[in-house]
Design a protein around this ligand. Structure first.
Ligand code: UDP
Ligand code: MG
Length: 326
């Protein structure tokens, strides 16, 4: 296979019309540049003729790796499968729908290889999408920016380029493709750049993400940050809260017992001493101790799950062209 400079990963879900045009344009753009590249096209369970088109493209062009999912798993899984099959020193992702401009590929390659970034993200500054998409997206980007401390304008841009090491350090699933820069940063790749890119209207087919993208996106932000912080040691999270609740419980029990003993030693008649179960503190103690125990159990269970399931792969590839890794 030789030494590949650049792998281009294209997740495709029902993109039969766009793919042939896209691939032609990629080869036109790159053939006169002095780089060795491969194109990995992942058919994410399309219902149209996407797979047929990909197979035709594989025959027509050199260095195309087709991957076909048995059903639709989503963009993150498609990217993940593409990453694992890739060999390039740099890996670029782009959407199949012609919204990302193939002219940007070489420009991004130049930026990352010359300026030594770990990751360079596209920025669709002039975006050709309806307002219903651009306004929520501004908000999403703001929240993610504040949350992550990464100064990107367009986290979810489909066209991005990565150094090999970044790609090898991440496993994507769910809707985590929106947060690759965060994951990269958490994995120690902090040198993140941004470059303005052209953005076209969708010509064929329709968008695969509706309004639910924002709710799922937000939940994924929470789980991405949680998982990445505690995935090695969930007990650190659950245990901390467990201990906290235990302490509250024990202090409450202590206070109850102390009050009772105190009253008895002061010779207060027994029928004048409030029964333990009449005190609010009793219930606080009870609930705190139960919650504490539960948090510990969840912590232990999570540790067990991690032990058993340490290398999880959440998808099944039905057929591949020339896949070299895993
Ligand atoms: N995509 C995919 N699997 C999915 C949904 C989308 O592989 O389940 C691909 C899709 O074919 C396209 C890219 O992800 O190449 C971006 O999707 P889309 O254009 O619908 O997203 P938008 O541009 O609306 O954000
Ligand atoms: Mg699109």
């Amino acid at each position: 296979m030789g030494n590949i400079d650049l792998s281009i990963v294209i997740p495709s879900f029902d993109e039969e019309e766009s793919l042939p045009i896209l691939v032609k344009s990629i080869y036109n753009n790159l053939q006169n540049q002095n780089i060795i590249f491969e194109v990995i096209i992942v058919d994410d369970g399309s219902a149209d003729n996407t797979w047929y088109e990909i197979v035709c493209l594989e025959k027509k062009y050199s260095n195309i790796t087709p991957i076909k999912f048995i059903k639709n798993y989503g963009k993150s899984d498609a990217l993940d499968a593409g990453f694992k099959a890739s060999y390039g020193n740099y890996v670029l992702t782009m959407d199949a729908d012609l919204q990302d401009d193939p002219e940007e590929i070489y420009k991004l390659y130049k930026v990352i290889s010359k300026e030594g970034f770990d990751l360079v993200s596209g920025w669709k500054k002039k975006r050709n999408d309806p307002l219903s998409k651009t306004i929520p997206s501004k908000f999403f980007n703001m929240v993610t920016r504040i949350f992550s401390g990464i100064k990107l304008n367009d986290f979810n841009c489909g066209i991005k380029i990565y150094k090999r090491g970044v790609i090898d350090s991440i496993n994507l699933y769910g809707e985590m493709h929106r947060y690759i820069p965060l994951i990269a940063k958490w994995n120690g790749y902090k040198n993140i750049g941004e470059k303005e890119v052209n953005h076209n209207k969708r010509k064929f087919g329709k968008t695969k993400f509706g309004m639910e993208r924002y709710i799922r996106g937000f939940l994924d932000l929470l789980s991405v940050s949680f998982v990445y912080r505690f995935k090695k040691r969930p007990m650190h999270f659950f245990g901390t809260f467990g201990v906290l609740f235990f302490i509250i419980g024990f202090i409450s029990v202590g206070l109850i017992v102390y009050e009772k003993i105190n009253k008895i030693s002061e010779n207060v008649p027994l029928d004048l001493i409030r029964p333990v179960t009449d005190q609010p503190l009793f219930y606080i103690a009870l609930v705190s101790i139960i919650i504490g125990v539960q948090l510990f159990l969840v912590g232990f269970l999570s540790e067990l799950v991690i032990q058993i399931n340490s290398d999880r792969k959440g998808y099944k590839i039905e057929e591949t062209g020339d896949v070299k890794k895993s």
